[in-house]
Design a protein around this ligand. Structure first.
Ligand code: HEM
Length: 423
């Protein structure tokens, strides 16, 4: 396992938990494996089919969609190069420039809400986060009709939007199943990707021919980037990176926001406190609410690595080529770290900042989420806007159970709400 190092958080945090011994164990004989799960492999399989194995790496079901050149699917030196390339547009200062845009998108979304209306929040949040990531990545205004992007850009955006909407239907699960186990897209998935790829390549080609002067979107920055041989990225490389950012960058954030409201609307004290503080101009409770929601309902509940050499994990030594699953959900529910871990209490994070090794909804180490700063900024702005302008209620009193979709854990009904008041 890589060390979970995040300089940003490490500075703010004095950890009181010492991690167990872990790291390379060359020369040490493997121990007996740790005790396995209580369920039979068959029942485990039913609960956790390969089609939704929560891995964002090259073996995941995302691989055929993202292609071989994506930061998500590459490993080793190649992965580090890709990360170096993509980090600048997602760094703090760059993200700061997006805040006005995110605010505009969030306010516009709320302008369309109606008092008394009931709906699932997740798709609404997805519309917001898709708009934000598309504008960040392509620099286009997605509001069809008034958009500032070219026709090709708007057409591609609309196709991506439709494909993503289709990917939430049960029918699409069949498409995924047909493709299960394959590293390349097959059948219907291949046909769907051909459509969106054709449009994306058209956008890339058009951008190559126009000037990027004055543009700070990710595509423009990638077009100017050169590799160590001073070569620009190929169209295929650009396509894989752009697709990865669009996919990794919006559904996660949207569902994290949906979970936040799913929890808030079932915890009256926290919800009241949030609205009071926001309406009184305070920001700390917003941040603490997001930290607590991402702790108790991490959208990516587990990440998976393969140890390539003998590896010590506590009392165990694993042989090379052992897959190791890190349960983010499990860690976030340890009662020695978070007393009464099932409770939703943003106050926890008013008292202490999230710890580098105890709060890991964005993963850690060299694969820590590239979009974490953007995702936090988006959640802050959207949560603050909704809390300021609306009163919501949950349609069902009972909590929404988690459901796995691709690599994400989402609220079963998408967080169903009714608008009680709107300003
Ligand atoms: C609340 C929202 C988000 C959550 C919970 C989340 C979570 C994660 C996690 C857990 C990983 C690590 C996966 C692993 O170690 O295998 C990851 C990686 C990644 N995320 Fe996010 N993410 C979010 C938003 C975003 C956004 C907005 C972007 C947009 C740019 C993004 C882009 C990426 C990329 C490119 C990686 C791969 C990094 C690498 O492999 O080096 N994510 N994310």
């Amino acid at each position: 396992m890589t060390a979970l190092a995040d300089p940003g958080l490490a500075e703010t945090q004095a950890e009181s938990f010492s991690p167990s011994r872990a790291g390379p164990a060359d020369g040490e004989p493997p121990t007996a494996p740790p005790p396995g799960p209580a369920l039979s492999p068959f029942l485990q399989g039913l609960r956790f089919s390969p089609a939704d194995a929560p891995s964002l790496t090259g073996e995941s079901p995302l691989r055929p969609i993202l292609g071989p050149n994506s930061v998500l699917t590459s490993v080793g030196e190649r992965h580090l190069r890709q990360r170096r390339l993509l980090l600048p547009p997602f760094h703090g200062e760059a993200v700061q420039r997006y805040v006005a845009m995110i605010t505009e998108v969030a306010e516009r979304e709320l302008d369309g809400w109606v008092v008394g209306e009931a709906f699932a929040l997740a798709p609404r949040m997805q519309a917001v986060t898709l708009e934000v990531i598309m504008r960040g990545v392509f620099g286009i205004d997605g509001d069809c009709g008034r958009g500032s992007g070219s026709t090709a850009e708007r057409r591609m955006r609309e196709t991506i939007r439709r494909l993503l909407a289709a990917s939430t239907t049960p029918l699409y699960q069949l498409v995924e199943l047909r493709n299960a186990g394959s590293r390349e897209p097959r059948d219907l998935l291949a046909a769907l990707l051909r459509i969106v790829d054709r449009q994306m390549y058209a956008v890339i080609r058009a951008r190559r021919q126009s000037s990027s002067a004055g543009r700070d979107d990710v595509l423009s920055l990638l077009l100017q980037a050169r590799d160590e041989d001073s070569e620009p990225l190929t169209d295929r490389e650009l396509r894989d990176q752009l697709m990865s950012l669009v996919l990794a960058g919006h559904e996660t954030t949207a569902n994290s926001l949906a979970w936040t409201f799913e929890r808030l609307l079932r915890n009256a004290h926290a919800y009241r406190e949030l609205r009071d503080r926001v309406r009184g101009g305070g920001a700390a409770y917003v941040e603490a609410t997001i930290h607590e929601s991402m702790r108790v309902r991490p959208v990516i509940p587990m990440i998976v690595r393969m140890v390539m050499r003998p590896w010590r994990l506590g009392d165990y030594v694993l042989p090379p080529r052992t897959p190791v699953a890190v349960s983010i959900l499990g860690l976030h529910h340890r009662d020695d770290v978070y007393p009464r871990p099932q409770e939703f209490r943003p106050e926890r994070f008013l008292e202490r900042k999230p710890g580098t090794y105890t709060w890991i909804p964005f993963g850690g180490g060299i694969r820590r989420c590239l979009g974490a700063t953007l995702a936090m900024a988006e959640q802050r702005v959207v949560l603050e806007t909704i809390a300021r302008r609306t009163d919501l209620e949950a349609l069902d009193v009972a909590p929404e159970a988690p459901r796995m979709r691709n690599v994400t854990m989402i609220p079963r009904h998408g967080c169903r709400v009714r608008v009680l008041a709107l300003s």
